[in-house]
Ligand binder design. Structure first.
Ligand code: XMP
Length: 531
């Protein structure tokens, strides 16, 4: 990737605006739910970011957070390689909340007693509050919570008050109000802890004194300000894919620098019906964003002729995409800046940390030009997907684009499986997909599904009978899945009458289709796409 990777760290991205944003930092000890803690804190209206537990103290001090949260982690505090807690973190003069492992390392560091419990606790547990103290004030004395641990705190450190217990955790919550130190053994961030959000709110508001004013509107304002600072009076280019990330990134940059942003939409002919028109209608007509549409279907189809191997298809499409994008960019002169819709989850996932500019090619339509000397503008670098949608809605992006399901960069080409991509096959698949989407939207299920689409086995024909005549036609497969992150997925239990309607419409309305099948494989063992 030739773009200059000198993007600012996420803290500067978020906090570089006029007024510094209040924040509570989560230090990650490797827990499965660490990301979720940061999301929950943000849902409470306080900006939060995940940092490695070993983040230098100086970096934390510089950010001046209102409080720290120590996450859970998989290790036993007694394991040889268990991450330890630097006592200085507890002496920054700001409140600290330890969760699960975070509570245990705090207890151990301050002289409490942590031991392997006779029984671990995994899943729902009954919590008995003995002394609500400050952290659990106003909550029921008996409540359920969600646990995942083997070690337990048996005695709190000197000066701490034990607040609650569970069957295998003699001390399931503790606090030392004078020093601002708090710990809970259970996970407040998961939905199975019904009072989890209330506890986080108490920590954020009563203990840390946060204003809870972090909203999508604030994010938009801050980012616009920040983009103005970065780009100055320069010019930027942005590749639109029709997806929510690149759309929101482009809108923010347009608000910041106006017509000095040029968007490029490469129509490779592998899109769903009306998709290109919707992008033009939204960006050029509605928002007045300068937009170049490169209608390149013929070029892509010519390059795809005879290509049947899925990885080869991806490569060909990726290469051609870069070529078209580069040609358009060259026509615009040297724009200087390249806008990218990189999300916070991409930053975390690729281990980039907050300072690194990491580009995940999988998420960008076919990757990006190799040798464009452009500085990256990444206004979504600190945001989770749901926050991007909220910002999109705030900026007036049409609902259809805000809630669009993920769509692969190589588009319909990798849904014509086991064969060559041809115009005729694309037309059948596009029509089938249109019927599916229309029915799924009409049934009110579109947002509940991670993805819903059709697959066309390229070479397969099956026998049917229509109007007393024998037919020999295409098979269309329906794939609909639920998922949180595409890493795992479950096949969606679509209502039978909906499936019947879809199948009937496809066979009746689409010439050449005489059979419809449903994919009922989860991931793993299947993948979401067929190839
Ligand atoms: P799989 O099929 O691996 O898909 O379970 C996981 C997610 O990634 C999407 N996907 C792609 N996205 N280029 C993309 O931009 C690709 O080549 C590609 N292949 C799969 C898929 O739609 C799902 O959301």
């Amino acid at each position: 990737m030739g773009a200059r990777a000198d993007a600012a760290p996420a803290d500067a991205v978020v906090r570089g605006g006029a007024a510094a944003t209040q924040e509570v930092l989560v230090l990650d000890f490797g827990g499965q739910y660490s990301q979720l803690i940061a999301r929950r804190v943000r849902e409470c209206g306080v900006f939060s970011e995940l940092l490695p537990h070993g983040t230098p103290l100086e970096q934390i001090r510089r950010r001046a957070p209102l409080g720290l949260i120590l996450s859970g982690g998989p290790a036993s505090v007694y394991a040889d390689d268990a991450p330890s807690l630097r006592l200085e973190l507890l002496e920054l003069g700001i409140p600290v909340l330890g969760i699960c492992y975070g509570m245990q390392v705090m207890a151990l560091a301050l002289g409490g007693r942590v031991e392997l419990a006779e029984n671990g606790e995994f899943g729902r547990c009954e919590l008995r509050v003995r002394e609500p103290g400050r952290l659990l004030a106003g909550l029921p004395l008996e409540q359920s919570c969600w646990m995942s641990h083997r070690d337990s705190v048996f005695e709190p450190p000197p000066g701490f008050t034990a607040l609650a217990s569970s069957p295998s955790s003699p001390v399931a919550a503790f606090e030392e109000v004078g020093r601002g130190l708090y710990g809970i053994q259970f996970h407040p961030e998961v939905v199975h802890t019904p009072y989890g959000t209330a506890i986080l709110e108490t920590f954020l508001t009563d203990v840390c004194g946060a204003d809870r004013d972090w909203t999508a509107a604030r994010v938009a304002e801050d980012q616009i300000e920040r983009i103005r600072e970065q780009v100055g009076d320069g010019r930027a280019i942005c590749g639109l894919s029709g997806g929510v990330d690149s759309s929101v990134a482009a809108l923010l940059v347009h608000r910041a620098i106006g017509d000095r942003l040029m968007c490029v939409f490469v129509d490779h002919g592998l899109l769903r019906r009306n998709e290109a028109d919707q992008v033009v209608a939204a960006f050029r007509d509605h928002f007045g964003v300068p937009l170049v549409v490169a209608r390149a279907e013929d070029r892509f189809l010519a390059r795809l002729a005879g290509v049947t191997d899925p990885e080869r298809k991806r490569k060909v499409i990726g290469e051609e995409f870069i070529r078209v994008f580069e040609e358009e960019a060259a026509r615009l002169g040297d724009p200087g800046y390249l806008v990218q819709g990189t999300l916070y989850s991409d930053v975390i996932e690729s281990g980039g940390g907050t300072g690194a500019a990491t580009i995940k090619s999988h998420h960008n339509v076919g990757g990006l030009p190799e040798d464009l000397e452009l500085e990256l503008v990444e206004p979504l670098r600190a945001l989770f997907k749901d926050e991007v949608r909220a910002v999109g809605a705030e900026l007036g992006l049409p609902e259809r684009m805000v809630w669009r399901q993920p769509f692969p960069g190589p588009g319909l080409a990798i849904r014509i499986v086991g064969g060559e991509v041809t115009r005729e096959r694309l037309a059948v698949l596009r029509d089938a997909d249109f019927v599916l989407q229309e029915e799924i939207r009409a049934a009110g299920l579109y947002r509940e599904l991670w993805q819903s689409f059709c697959v066309l086995p390229a070479e397969l024909r099956t026998v049917g009978v229509q109007g007393d005549e024998r037919t020999y036609g295409h098979v269309v497969a329906i794939r609909a899945v639920t998922s949180d992150d595409a890493m795992t997925a479950d096949w969606a239990r679509l209502p039978h009458d909906l499936l019947e309607r879809i199948a009937a419409r496809m066979v009746n309305e689409l010439p050449g289709v005489n059979r419809v099948v449903l994919d009922i494989t989860s991931k793993p063992p299947g993948t979401i796409e067929w190839e």
